[in-house]
Design a binder for this molecule. Structure first.
Ligand code: ASP
Length: 328
């Protein structure tokens, strides 16, 4: 029988009504008791790691989760991590870098409605997650609403529906139908995972709006090692307002810049328009292409903990990890 470690971190799935809004209050054991039929098919042990609304998650918590998987890696065949949905895509991306090339399934799940509610997606998501964790599917994934999504490609795209997540610029890895996992894609994986235990959290995100003041960007650069700018369309910056000068100045001072887009699908292509061309050709900013913003942020934190050498950073950034971007 497959041995699975259930790592609980909180989220709606484990929440109760407090009179003051939903808050996590159900333990990992408590979750299992409410979904009979999991134990018996697999042998489950529980780790009560956190009890957080995922709004409260920080990169420190990502490191804690990665450490828990690392410490238990040899003892289990797979891992299920229950987590709030709000920042689940960030955690999934971060774990994909912190536990690179896992040969074992590391499956994140959660729910839009608490497990104790009459109408809930918690039980099915949990059952599906265990099914995937007991399979031979390698690497980090999110299992939600019967879909299996690669950890580096997930985004929460619905705030209320059960179909909360989508895979961005990449197909779903598979679906679960009638209790059976149908895999569309077989990912490659290394034999031994490469664990990391450090992140440089000095990464900021600016969502551009028409009329953004360059001083906002200056402020972010003054406090960060890297700034991700979510611009428009295939990417670019306004030609007036001093943005190019600002970016050029902070690049010279050793900061890193990644341009990405607010458009959910199809990614950036900075060379297309005049507003983006110079940024790439003359200033040498990096661009996200088809990566999600969640993955860009987690990847930068992971890279900057290893090196600050510009050539190295760029090389690592454009090297695909867990299919986070198509090779170029
Ligand atoms: N606020 C909750 C959380 O992210 C939402 C959820 O889990 O669905 O923890």
């Amino acid at each position: 029988m497959k041995r699975i470690l259930l790592i609980a971190t909180g989220g709606t799935i484990a929440s109760r009504e407090t009179g003051d809004g939903l808050a996590p209050g159900i333990s990992a054991e408590g979750l299992l008791e409410l979904v009979p039929g999991i134990e018996g098919k697999v042998s489950v042990r529980c780790a009560e790691l956190l009890a957080l609304d995922s709004t409260n998650m920080t990169p420190e918590h990502w490191l804690m989760i990665a450490r828990c998987v690392r410490e238990n890696f040899d003892k289990y065949d797979g891992f299920v991590i229950t987590h709030g949905t709000d920042t689940l895509a960030y955690t999934a991306a971060a774990l994909s870098y912190l536990i690179k090339g896992s040969s074992k399934p590391i499956v994140l799940t959660g729910a839009q409605k608490p497990i104790g509610f009459d109408s809930t997606d918690s039980k099915e998501n949990l059952r599906d997650a265990f099914l995937c964790a007991a399979s031979d599917m390698p690497g980090v994934s999110i299992v939600f609403d019967h879909k299996v999504i690669l950890g580096t490609r997930a985004k929460k795209t619905r705030s209320k529906s059960f179909s909360a997540f989508e895979s961005i610029n990449y197909p779903d890895l598979g679906v679960i139908r009638d209790g059976e996992l149908l895999r569309f894609i077989r990912q490659e994986c290394g034999r031994e995972p490469e664990f990391s235990d450090r992140l440089d959290t000095r990464v900021a995100l600016l969502k551009l709006i028409p009329g953004t003041d360059r001083e906002v960007l200056d402020f972010l650069f003054s406090r960060s090692a890297a700034v991700v700018i979510e611009s428009y369309g295939v990417g670019g910056l306004p030609e007036s307002g001093g943005f190019y000068e600002c970016v050029g100045e902070w690049l010279r001072r050793g900061r890193f810049v990644v341009l990405t887009t607010q458009v959910e699908n199809e990614g950036s292509d900075l060379g297309v328009y005049h507003v983006g061309h110079r940024l790439k050709r003359e200033l040498g900013v990096m661009e996200a292409y088809d990566m999600t913003t969640e993955a860009v942020i987690a990847k930068l934190m992971w890279i900057l903990a290893k090196t600050k050498d510009p050539a190295e950073v760029e090389k690592l950034f454009y090297t695909p990890v867990a299919m986070d971007m198509f090779p170029r």
